[in-house]
Design a protein around this ligand. Structure first.
Ligand SMILES: [Zn+2]
Length: 155
C-alpha cells in the first residue's frame, strides 16, 4: 500500500476507535429512523439508570462501548449538518484508491454554508461534498458526495 497525501491529513487519534456508525450498529448509509431505532434500543440496554447492577457497557471488537459513547454518536448522527461534517471526516480516514474521482476541485470551488462553519460543493446529483474542518489550503484530499457514490479530489 503506497502512502498517499490523503493519509497524511492530521486525524484524531482514532485508528483503533469505532466510527459512530459502528457504535450504533448501523450502516453508514442508514437513514435517520434506522439510526434512531438502533440508538434507542442500545440506550435502553446501556442506560445507567436501567442497569443498576452492571457497568452499563459492552465490548465490541475489544472496544468498550458505554452509554456515553452511544449518546455521543447519536448526537452527531441525528443532526443533518453535523452528520455531513462527520461523514466528510470519516471519508478522510477510510478513503481507498478504488474510489473513482469524478472531478478535481480547488478551495475556490467550495462555498461557505451560511450560518454554519463548513464549506461545500454541490454535486451534479444535488448532494453535497463537504470540506472537513481544519483542512488548510494546499492539502490534497478526497471527498465523497453525501447522496451518491461520486468522489472529488480537492487540491
Ligand atoms: Zn452526488
Amino acid at each position: 500500500m503506497s502512502q498517499s497525501n490523503a493519509e497524511s491529513i492530521s486525524q484524531p487519534n482514532s485508528s483503533s476507535e469505532l466510527s459512530h456508525y459502528e457504535v450504533l450498529q448501523v450502516a453508514p448509509n442508514a437513514n435517520f429512523d434506522e439510526i434512531r431505532k438502533s440508538y434507542q434500543s442500545l440506550a435502553l440496554r446501556l442506560h445507567p439508570d436501567k442497569m443498576p447492577n452492571s457497568k452499563g457497557s459492552f465490548d465490541r471488537d475489544s472496544v468498550t462501548i458505554d452509554f456515553v459513547r452511544i449518546d455521543e454518536a447519536w448526537k452527531v448522527l441525528r443532526d443533518v449538518d453535523s452528520r455531513r461534517v462527520y461523514d466528510a471526516e470519516l471519508m478522510q480516514r477510510t478513503f481507498r484508491e478504488e474510489y473513482f474521482v469524478n472531478e478535481n476541485l480547488t478551495g475556490n470551488d467550495f462555498q461557505l454554508h451560511e450560518g454554519k462553519d463548513y464549506r461545500y460543493h454541490v454535486c451534479r446529483c444535488g448532494g453535497l461534498y463537504v470540506l472537513p474542518e481544519g483542512l488548510t489550503s494546499g492539502d490534497k484530499c478526497y471527498l465523497s458526495c453525501d447522496e451518491c457514490s461520486l468522489v472529488v479530489e480537492m487540491a
